[in-house]
Design a protein around this ligand. Sequence first.
Ligand code: UDP
Ligand code: BGC
Length: 197
Amino acid sequence: LSIVVPYRNREEHLAQFIPFMEEILLNAKEYTAEIVIVEQTDDKPFNRAKLLNIGYAESKDSDYFCFHDVDMLPLNPDYSPVEAPTHLAAEVEQFNWGLAYEGYFGGVTMFDKESFEKINGYANEYWGWGAEDDDVLSRCLIMGIGVFRKPGRYRSLAHGRAIDNELYNKNLQKLHNFKVKPSPESIMRDGLSTLKY
Ligand code: UDP
Ligand code: BGC
């Protein structure tokens, strides 16, 4: 298992996340795991999805992947192997111990290698906060891949949030365009196949 964590400038979270996860992963019997922190070092808007693609590209020897926010600490962890895209962040403290909304697919999401390749990973062109996780769910549905959810319970680490509305609106527009005209071709235009870093 590769646990891929998108990261920039959240030292306090990382300092809690790493020992918390190590304790869980070192005691796991069904799998071996590595944690891959993918740090964005430039000053451009944060790009969670692209960092996740990079983490995947850098750990291709793994059999399956967990894309994991640094501010989510699992209380009933189950990172055992999956054979399909599986959403884990279902009972999240910051969402009143529930989902952000019914189709929420962000926070902590696992993928088998075959499915992730088939959807061409995440889209690289979501800059700033929002919508990249909705996009990856749409990719699965468009490619006919069934998704699952495991009832993961997660403590949330507090942080400030300054959403750039202009970027967020662009992200919503991109997601909208993608969903209006869904096609495998549009998936291939932005993703693992076009990843540069
Ligand atoms: N993140 C980060 N630095 C940032 C923004 C985001 O490291 O400046 C990473 C971090 O792993 C975080 C995840 O991206 O948990 C999701 O961002 P955020 O927590 O801001 O979104 P939320 O889930 O709270 O809406
Ligand atoms: C955003 C997602 C985010 C979710 C929960 C949605 O509006 O598009 O990216 O994960 O809210 O915060």
